[in-house]
Design a protein around this ligand. Structure first.
Ligand SMILES: [Zn+2]
Length: 380
């Protein structure tokens, strides 16, 4: 394979660190071009969004009439979910608020969660993931050296949330995901976090002990049982309004919530993984897709994004401290850490996964949708 010549998009800041990126004759990449298709399909930062949002709020309220809760909301303490909680409170919703604690909360995250809960008058349900399971999986992923080291946390987070929603017979799950800040998403950098088959295969290849009660969600639960039999419906209200991080921070700071010095400062693992492991080992800088989303959604200029990219991912002292913390927490020595950093890279498809099953399901959904004349896909 020949090394590809470096190129950065002339409109956003995505570059050839995404092996699948393509450019048109104007030097514009597929990511910011594809972003345009989100507007009016999943992203409505306009009057249409306001109408859709109002309708969504009414539906959620209807669902909860006569009950303690009308929806479930997963709160990580990060900006998106904290802001969503604040909005849910303003809209008069009664979410069952769940925090899945995977063991990596920063002190500030814990404080921020408390502040949001207190302000909204919500009750917090915390699910603590068995730490030995978490450690076992994270070490397996580090040994496998796949790009998405966040899978053990993310899978536990969503599996925990969805199981809890269906156990409590709550249909709507509020999700802080949004196009404005994360619409640009290079597929090649990831492995699906919900793919339990892939997670189990990686654990089987690199684990040293069985998992005890790690929350897994199966393919049939995720794609059939929960959304169809249980009618579970994840909704993304932040896509139905103009959403800007600055404004969210301003509003959140009024209730005592405080900004993280670095993106994903709510989880010490994610922070270290995104700002050190991923760029060092894979050359993937997650700020690129994030800033490109902001450029495409009109939240920032390309010049400003380039300035921000020039800033270091880590200060030396902070990196030393975080690395030490990570090693202590995972109970590995400095040398073991260096060994993990040096492991040969794998792609998630080197391990069993449900990609083909997913493709078959998608094809079936398209056929059924055509016959029924309506979209039957889930998790849009
Ligand atoms: Zn671009």
């Amino acid at each position: 394979m020949t090394e590809r010549e470096y190129q950065v998009c002339a409109f956003c800041v995505m570059d050839t660190s995404d092996p699948d990126i393509t450019f048109d004759t104007n030097g514009r990449c597929n990511h910011c071009r594809d972003f345009e298709t989100l507007r009016g399909t999943v992203w409505f930062p306009d009057d249409e969004g306001a109408r859709r949002l109002e309708r969504m709020i009414e539906e959620v309220k209807d669902e909860g009439r006569g009950r303690d809760y009308d929806c479930v909301l997963g709160l990580s303490g990060g900006i998106d979910s904290s802001y969503l909680a604040l909005k849910a409170h303003e809209w008069g919703l009664h979410p069952l608020v769940v925090h899945v604690d995977a063991g990596w909360n920063s002190e500030l995250a814990v404080q921020n969660i408390e502040r949001v809960i207190k302000h909204c008058g919500y009750e917090l349900h915390t699910h603590v993931v068995n730490w030995e399971d978490m450690r076992e999986l994270q070490l397996s992923y580090l040994r496998a050296a796949v790009a998405n080291q966040d899978v053990p946390q993310d899978h536990a987070f969503f599996a925990g949330l969805y199981h809890f929603a269906t156990e409590n017979k709550i249909r709507y799950v509020l999700n802080g995901g949004n196009a404005a800040t994360e619409g640009v998403f290079p597929e090649a950098w990831h492995g699906a976090a919900m793919d339990a088959k892939n997670l189990k295969a990686i654990h089987k290849a690199y684990g040293t002990q069985p998992l005890t009660d790690y929350p897994l969600i199966s393919f049939s639960q995720y794609y059939f049982w929960y959304p169809i039999a249980k009618r579970m419906t994840p909704v993304r209200p932040l896509n139905l309004m103009p959403y800007s991080k600055e404004q969210a921070v301003t509003e959140l700071e009024k209730i005592g919530w405080r900004s993280y010095p670095r993106k994903h400062g709510e989880s010490l693992f994610t922070k270290f993984f995104q700002n050190y492991y991923l760029p060092t080992k894979f050359g993937y800088d997650k700020r690129r897709p994030h800033l490109s989303s902001l450029i495409a959604s009109g939240g920032i200029t390309r010049e400003r994004a380039l300035e921000l990219l020039d800033e270091p991912l880590y200060e030396e002292e902070e990196l030393r401290r975080d690395r030490q913390y990570l090693c202590r927490k995972l109970r590995i020595s400095d040398m073991e850490f260096e060994d993990l950093m040096g492991r040969p890279i794998h792609h998630y498809t080197d391990f069993a996964n449900w990609d083909r099953k997913y493709a078959r399901m998608k094809a079936a959904q398209t056929r059924i949708s055509r016959v029924l004349g309506r979209d039957v896909s889930v998790y849009r």
